[in-house]
Write a protein that binds this ligand. Structure first.
Ligand SMILES: [Zn+2]
Ligand SMILES: [Zn+2]
Length: 212
């Protein structure tokens, strides 16, 4: 019997899918950073012979939703591949290596508590009703892109200054999202899934480069 609380995140060709114990996204940002943009563009630029691939145009300011990292089942693991954009990169991006949908992303700062998805670039039944918290990393946002939305939420240019970091961590829900969870998992976290795939491949993407 399927659990009404659980949700799925998969790829556009349907081979890869993970099921999470709790489908409710706990955090929603829009992110102007170069890594989000290049991760999406790199996946979209890969050639594939699979039908039903993601042909949607990437958003200029991606929608980033955080999902509690408790994975209760995995389908198509043999078609999942993990990558880092650069040697010094810390985020790990999980793609379907058949259709190149970007399934999910994790960063060590999340302490294995959550991972994030970009709903336009995967297929998900998760509940994405959580309101937008902030717009991030506008330092990287290209000048020729559309004017960012004027939502009434805090906007962060960078996280280089202490004041910005303090302002960010003082936002309601932010601390809770990233702190290590103490309640037992029903399945495995995202770190365990990625570790089971072996060392992520380093893509060595050139900074500033656009792939589509
Ligand atoms: Zn796929
Ligand atoms: Zn980003």
């Amino acid at each position: 019997m399927s659990n009404p609380q659980s949700g799925t995140i998969g790829c556009h060709c349907g081979i890869c899918e993970i099921t999470v114990a709790d489908k409710r996204a706990v955090q929603y940002f829009r992110c102007g950073c170069e890594d989000c943009r290049q991760g999406i563009e790199w996946g979209s630029s890969r050639k594939t012979t699979k039908p039903n691939i993601c042909t949607v145009k990437p958003d200029q300011l991606p929608h980033v939703y955080y999902i509690p990292a408790d994975i209760i089942s995995i389908k198509g693991k043999e078609s999942m591949s993990a990558y880092k954009l650069r040697e010094d990169g810390r985020s790990i991006r999980l793609y379907c290596n058949q259709c190149w949908s970007l399934i999910a992303v994790e960063h060590p700062a999340y302490q294995s508590n959550v991972f994030y998805i970009l709903p336009k670039h995967c297929v998900t039944s998760c509940d994405l009703s959580v309101p937008l918290t902030a717009i991030l990393f506008m330092k990287d946002y290209p000048e020729d892109y559309e004017i960012p939305p004027e939502d009434d939420v805090p906007l962060f240019y960078s996280f280089e200054y202490k004041q910005e970091r303090q302002r960010f961590s003082s936002l309601l829900t932010v601390a809770n999202t990233f702190k290590r969870r103490t309640d037992p998992l029903k399945g495995i976290n995202f770190t365990e899934l990625v570790n089971s795939l072996g060392e992520p491949e380093i893509l060595n993407l050139e900074r500033g480069k656009r792939f589509i």
